[in-house]
Design a protein around this ligand. Structure first.
Ligand code: SF4
Length: 67
């Protein structure tokens, strides 16, 4: 199964991350720390990810890509 990953150098770290909102598995999770969720970016929890690719299609900066 194809997995996805978040490129921290491209992610805009928005607290309203659309990729996180659309993921049907809740697999895009904020990295810990900071004053709000997403301050330190996001990562894909591979134990939850189904590999559907919805996240990659909605990410406005193209930060989510196949691993
Ligand atoms: S590929 Fe699908 S299940 Fe995996 S993080 Fe993206 S939206 Fe969620």
């Amino acid at each position: 199964m194809r997995m996805y990953t978040v490129d921290a150098s491209v992610c805009d770290r928005s607290p309203a991350c659309p990729a996180r909102r659309v993921c049907p598995k809740g697999a895009i999770v904020p990295r810990p720390g900071g004053p709000y969720p997403g301050y330190n970016g996001y990562e894909v929890d591979e134990s939850r990810c189904a590999g559907c690719g919805i996240c990659a299609r909605v990410c406005p900066t193209g930060a989510v890509t196949p691993a």
